[in-house]
Ligand binder design. Structure first.
Ligand SMILES: NC(=O)c1ccc[n+]([C@@H]2O[C@H](COP(=O)([O-])OP(=O)(O)OC[C@H]3O[C@@H](n4cnc5c(N)ncnc54)[C@H](OP(=O)(O)O)[C@@H]3O)[C@@H](O)[C@H]2O)c1
Length: 339
């Protein structure tokens, strides 16, 4: 067993879109393990859009990552040393590992992954993104058969799960995705009824025309993943009493350029269409995670719910993979596998 730990740190706060120099690579001794804790050799960790927000020194629903700290992430790995009741050497566990080769996890914050499904699924289809989709659609989307749902970032882990659950509930599902390949993926793998390439339209009004064709009966649920041009295009297409679960606004995570003046128009539509707009953060809902696993894990095991992973090999390549994912370079759930 190596006595060294390698980790990716936040070297400085990004200005706009992150660049590789914003990250550091550090090696040091393995951390100590206290009672109630375990040392884990990380096998795979998750790269998620929310991590961009943690790089800023602003107050949000979670504390910012400090300069020099390990970048935050959920990961899965094998227990090397356990001083925690119920966890033994060799167990596969999920927890907040960070972008690192090793992590010390508290027993109270770790979940044993022993359901026979690939450990990587604990980070995507059966992890935080899949759970976000399942929770948000039930609680805030409130889908009814025959309705139309629109979602962008449709081939990512949140979008793919929302699309499949909504389709199974009898909705017309319309994907917004970046590029022809992702649109084909949305239709062919994730079962969307239609897919619109947001990169093919320069402005919100031309994107809106394409979306109007894909949504002949209007839009009942706009699952907000991205903000920006897509938000502006969709809101005027909403039907009365439509629902807008606000899950993410990735178009604005590295800054807002130019389109703030259109906010009043969007906001007014919220009023005139009597929309239900709910911001939500999945960390408030963790109590339901086991119910989610009970319902959805068998569907993943049987193939009824499908998923796609985009795996980068090597800790040192995590920053490039993260930067690429933020601008749509990923095909499926972004993961980093350690050698
Ligand atoms: N509220 C919560 O608790 C919660 C939990 C999990 C995730 N989220 C949010 O859910 C959203 C999706 O997360 P994910 O993990 O499934 O991400 P993801 O789809 O794997 O990756 C992000 C995707 O966003 C799209 N994108 C980036 N910039 C865009 C832009 N300007 N306009 C349109 N699309 C853009 C890209 O897809 P295309 O190439 O297809 O455009 C990119 O692949 C994110 O906003 C995330 O922050 C929120």
């Amino acid at each position: 067993m190596s006595d060294q730990m390698t980790r990716i740190t936040l070297a400085r706060r990004p200005e706009g879109t992150p660049v590789p120099e914003d990250f550091g690579l550090e090696t040091g001794p393995l951390p100590e393990v206290a009672d109630g804790e375990m040392l884990v050799a990380v096998e795979v960790f998750s790269l998620d859009p929310y991590m961009r927000g943690r790089m800023n020194a602003v107050k949000s629903y979670a504390a910012a990552t400090e300069i020099g700290d390990t970048m935050t992430a959920q990961g899965v790995g094998r227990v090397l040393v356990s001083k925690a009741e119920g966890f033994a050497e060799g167990d596969m566990v999920m927890g907040t590992t960070g972008w690192a080769s090793h992590a010390v996890l508290k027993a109270t914050e770790a979940l044993k992954w022993d359901n026979g499904l690939p450990p990587s699924t604990a980070l995507g289809v059966l992890g935080m993104p899949g759970f976000t989709a399942w929770t948000g659609l039930r609680e805030y989307g409130r889908p009814k058969a025959g309705e139309t749902l629109v979602i962008a970032a449709a081939t990512g882990p949140v979008g793919a799960m929302v699309g499949q659950l909504a389709k199974a509930a009898g909705l017309r599902t319309v994907a917004v995705a970046g590029g022809a390949d992702k649109c084909a993926l949305a239709r062919e793998k994730f079962g969307f009824d239609a897919a619109v390439d947001h990169r093919a339209y320069d402005d919100a009004s031309s994107l809106r025309k394409a979306l109007a064709e894909a949504c002949p009966d209007g839009v009942d649920i706009y699952w907000e993943n991205v903000g920006g041009k897509v938000l502006e295009a969709v809101i005027p297409l909403m039907n009365d009493h439509g629902r807008v679960p606000i899950c993410g606004t990735i178009a604005w995570y590295s800054g807002v350029d130019g389109d703030t003046d259109r906010l009043p128009m969007v906001w007014r539509s919220m009023l005139t269409k009597r929309l239900s707009v709910n911001g939500f953060i999945i960390f408030d809902h963790w109590g339901g995670y086991r119910d989610f696993l009970t319902e959805v894990a068998p569907k993943v095991a049987s193939g009824e719910i499908t998923y796609l992973e985009d795996v980068t090999e090597g800790l040192e390549n995590a920053p490039e993979a993260f930067i690429s994912m933020l601008s749509g370079g990923n095909m499926g759930k972004t993961l980093v596998r350690l050698a």
